[in-house]
Structure formats: C-alpha cells, structure tokens
Design a protein around this ligand. Structure first.
Ligand code: NAD
Length: 289
C-alpha cells in the first residue's frame, strides 16, 4: 500500500480542540437544538454522537425526541419555538423523517440564521453565489480534509461521483469556487463509462452509497481518493454481525492513490466537526449582534 491515510479522526480532534477553546471564550454558550422524530437506530446513533460532540466542546445541546407518529404541524411548532429561543444557535432535524412528514417543508421552516446543516434553500443559494452562509457539513469537511492532505487543487481535475443535494452537488460547487479553483466533473447514474472520467482525475470524491463504486483500476497513479460512503456489509467475525465500508475498494485504491480517506475514520468524523463549527459560527454572529 503506497497511499498516505488522510485521517479525519486526527483532523477532527485538532479542530474540535480549537472549537472548544473558542467556545470557552465566547460571552454566550453556543447551543444546538437536535430534533429526532421516531427511533430509527442509525438516526439515534447519529444524534447521540452529535450531542456527545457538543458536550465535549463545551456547547449546550438540547435533544427533542418526538414519537414517530408526530404530526407535521407539531414538528413545525417545535421548530418555530427553537427559531425564537435565544439559547439555541443551531437547529438540526435528523433525517430521514417518517414518510407522512414532508422533509422539504420542515427544512424550510428552520430559520436560515440557525440552519447549521446548511440545507435550507436560502443557504444553498448563498453558497452557490459565494455569499456568507453555513456550508453543508459533509462537503465542508471534505474540503478541510483535502486541505489537510496538503493538496492544492488549483488547476487540478476533480471528479465527484454522486449528485445528491447533501453531498455530491454541493461538493462539486465548493471545489469549483475560485478559492479552490478545481476543474470539476460531476458523475452520476446517468454517466456512461465512469472510469473514463475517474482515470483523468487528480482527486476523486465518491459519494454513491454503494461499495466498490470506485476500484484501483479506475484511478490514475497518485490520485487522491475521498471516500464519503458508509455502507454496512455483513461480517460474521464482528460481534455486531456487520462492518462499515466506504464506496471505494480501499485495498486496490490505496495501491495506486497518493492519499486516501479510510472508512470509518475519514469523512464521517468531519461531518460532526463541521456541524460544531457552524454552531460556533452562529453563536459568534449572535454575540456580535
Ligand atoms: P444518495 O443515494 O442520495 O446519492 C447517491 C448518488 O450517487 C446519486 O446521485 C447517484 O446518481 C450516484 N450513484 C450511485 N451509484 C452510482 C454509480 N454506480 N455510478 C455513478 N453514480 C452513482 O446518497 P448520499 O446521501 O449522497 O450519500 C452517499 C454516501 O455517502 C452514502 O453511503 C451515505 O451513507 C454516505 N454519507 C456519508 C456521510 C458522512 O458523514 N460520512 C454523510 C452523508 C452521506
């Protein structure tokens, strides 16, 4: 294996220490309101991890757990309360929501000033035109990881696999911004001959939600691979009966890449870290008002 491992765990630890230091100095305690509807096990574990991270950096975290049968009106009422609560600087509604609640309507009810996930149309629009906004956490974390790996993307070719609103599309937008200056190709399920694009890439960001979407034969020697995928695959040797893998085949990609993010321990920890970053940023803006 020739590739350097880009550790999201290591970068997260140093950024979280910096966030904790800044939090301690602020005249207001940054507060995050976390809303969970139902008891989807993956959502429960994400929410628990986010709250733990909040507490560890000295932030205030308020968890609001609502039953799966909560009505849309009741959920919108909870969001309105959080919007006007002075102790809350960031609001996070854990997705997915139960099927009877339209996610779009719920996200748009969050005040853009407290939208620390960066999911509202106002924040997405601001990001697109390069205005001050909350950047979406996973894409922002990916940019930080590339910077941490010491890679200057100016004039380089970045290939993004996946066009979701929360990862693929915003990653492509951020990589193409003048400050990053990459030339970006966005690939998706409609792309013919994916490897003809990935083989030209200096950096590949893979966010497809499928193991082995990217394999070593699909990248050029020395490319950087950022693996966003989190997939559970059965593994009888583990007490849990499964293990986590990314969207890239780690072994074959690491043979050819110059640097690669592991799963777990790569992009995952950065997502929560950038959520804390945005919550701190929101509290700073609140304190300055
Ligand atoms: P999604 O299912 O919404 O989107 C996947 C995208 O990949 C689609 O746009 C599709 O067009 C594309 N795609 C799928 N298979 C493809 C193929 N074979 N070739 C080309 N394109 C293909 O998923 P998402 O929400 O963007 O998440 C992607 C992955 O990242 C998932 O595994 C998810 O669990 C993970 N994820 C991780 C984090 C984190 O913090 N680590 C955060 C968000 C998502």
């Amino acid at each position: 294996m020739g590739a350097k491992i880009i550790s999201g765990k290591e970068l997260s630890a140093s950024l979280r220490a910096q966030i904790a230091e800044e939090t301690a100095k602020l005249p207001v305690r940054p507060g995050l309101g976390v809303v969970l509807v139902g008891d989807n096990p993956a959502s429960v574990s994400y929410v628990t991890a986010k709250e733990k991270a909040c507490r560890e950096t000295g932030m205030y975290s308020r968890e609001i757990r609502l039953p799966a049968e909560t009505t849309k009106e009741a959920l919108l009422g909870t969001i309105r309360e959080l919007n006007s609560d002075e102790a809350i600087h960031g609001i996070l509604v854990q997705l997915p929501l139960p099927k009877h609640i339209p996610e779009k309507e719920v996200i748009e009810a969050i005040s853009p000033d407290k939208d620390v996930d960066g999911f509202t149309a106002i924040n997405v629009g601001r990001m697109l035109i390069g205005e001050k906004c909350f950047l979406p956490c996973t894409p922002h974390g990916i940019l930080k990881l590339i910077e941490f790996a010491g890679m200057d993307l100016s004039g380089k070719h970045a290939v993004v696999i996946g066009r979701s609103n929360i990862v693929g599309k915003p990653v492509a937008v951020l990589l193409a911004r003048k400050e990053t200056n990459a030339t970006v190709t966005l690939c998706h399920t409609g792309t013919n001959d994916l490897k003809s694009y990935t083989r030209q890439a200096d950096v590949v960001v893979v966010a497809a939600g499928r193991p082995d979407t990217l394999t070593g034969d699909m990248i050029k020697e020395g490319a950087v691979v950022i693996d966003v995928g989190v997939n559970r695959i059965p593994d009888e040797t583990r007490p849990s009966g499964f293990r986590l893998v990314g969207d890239a085949d780690f072994e074959s990609c690491a043979q050819k890449a110059s640097a690669i993010t592991p799963v777990p321990g790569g992009v995952g920890p950065m997502t929560i870290t950038m959520l804390l970053w945005n919550t701190l940023e929101s509290a700073k803006r609140h304190a300055a008002r």
